[in-house]
Design a protein around this ligand. Structure first.
Ligand code: THG
Length: 364
């Protein structure tokens, strides 16, 4: 297999030396940066993640920094979520939409101060959109990508590992809240969050030079916890129904279609609000659904049409065999006419036609 060449455009991360030393076997490119996809195998990585604790290089979750007197004004323009209720130590999952209500990204936003936010973005250049809005509206605000690289610590033993490095105070951090905690003379934002449902934290490491010292400290402290290098795991995240922007949904979808309508409660006249009014009232014409696919499936490298009587009623962009649940789990975008649990469809995979059934719930 060919490799992905790093370059100035395809960036390494502050943790790349650790990732390489741990024997990374696959990469993808996300926000112009390397993101590991597996270490031992996706199966073995998933099983380990569910039992122990892993350290993930998720530096690709780049921060769009919004700072200055008009920071909140800009946040309110680009976020459908009510920003006024956000606590000083809170993180918010926010869809960001264009003037037609189309999804541009689904970042985690972090409130650092009343005039200072980070948007921890999925794959896409959201900073250009934010900067464009700021310039067009003449806002007094800085928009840039600071030298901040998230490192995730995920798995059932994450609290124990983190407590050894940052102190027992980490146990008091609530879901989607953060504390600023010291590490070797630095202070990092440490949030209880992360792209798995195995529990854990994300450390927003400021300063590239601080990356490897923290990486090494976590591995030194976690030897007897069986700590390993890991990465967002495609089996665990599909079982958990965690959406991947660009795959499961993109600009042609609204937040309602993504099942993110509960995050569209802003009283402000944000960009896209008028366009979303109809779906806010009547619901979307299609929506994300958990799907089981029957038979053997290979890798899903694009999108697979969902068909009923030869007519397309949706698509799947993420599908994988789940050893834990013994079925092929998938995330679909399904038309309203066929989205009820139990609905049977056919799916056209790269490997042949298979049966597919809409499920009631994701698997965790
Ligand atoms: N953490 C951080 N940045 C990120 C991600 C992350 N940027 C890219 C990508 N992931 C953004 N997408 C998501 C998708 C889901 C969640 C977070 C970011 C998530 N969802 C929870 C859920 O669906 O159960 C909680 C949502 C809530 O209730 O607020 O965590 O992972 N820093």
């Amino acid at each position: 297999m060919a490799i992905i060449m790093p370059s100035r455009r395809v960036r390494k991360t502050p943790f790349s030396p650790g990732v390489e030393a741990a024997g990374v076997k696959g990469y993808t490119v996300y926000n112009h940066m390397l993101l590991p996809t597996f270490f031992e195998s996706v199966d073995a990585d998933a099983a380990h993640l569910k039992q122990h604790v892993q350290v993930w290089d998720v530096a690709v979750e780049r921060q769009v920094q919004i700072k200055g007197p008009d920071a909140l004004r800009l946040m309110k323009m680009i976020s459908p979520r009510d920003m006024d209720k956000m606590a000083d130590d809170q993180c918010y999952y926010v869809p960001s939409v264009d003037h037609n209500g189309g999804m541009l990204n689904d970042p985690v936003s972090i409130k650092l101060a009343d005039d200072h936010y980070w948007l921890s973005v999925a794959d896409g250049d959201l900073w250009q959109y934010a900067l464009g809005i700021a310039i067009a509206l003449g806002l007094d605000v800085e928009v840039d990508e600071p030298d901040v690289s998230p490192l995730a610590v995920q798995g059932p033993k994450a609290d124990d590992l983190m407590a050894r490095v940052f102190g027992d105070v980490v146990r008091d951090i609530k879901f989607f809240r953060y504390k600023r905690l010291p590490f070797e003379g630095q202070e990092f934002v440490v949030a209880r969050s992360g792209w798995s449902k195995q529990g854990g934290f994300e450390i927003y490491v400021e300063g590239t030079e601080n990356g490897m010292p923290l990486w090494d400290a976590l591995f030194a402290a976690g030897e007897d916890l069986n700590v390993r290098a890991g990465c967002p795991n495609n089996i665990e995240r599909v079982e958990s129904g965690l959406l991947s922007f660009g795959s499961d949904m993109r600009r042609e979808n609204t937040p309602y279609e993504c099942g993110l309508g509960r995050f569209c409660n802003s009283p402000e006249d944000y960009i896209g609000k008028a366009a979303l009014a109809e779906q806010a009232k009547n619901g979307p014409p299609r929506q994300i659904r958990p799907i089981v696919i029957e038979g053997e499936i290979g890798a899903c490298t694009g999108s697979w049409p969902l068909l009923v009587d030869g007519r397309q009623v949706g698509q799947v962009a993420s599908a994988v065999f789940s050893p834990e649940f013994g079925v092929n789990v998938a995330i679909g975008m399904v038309d309203r006419s066929h989205w009820d649990a139990g609905t049977r469809m056919e799916i056209e995979t790269e490997h042949g036609m298979r049966g597919a059934v809409v499920q009631e719930k994701f698997w965790r």
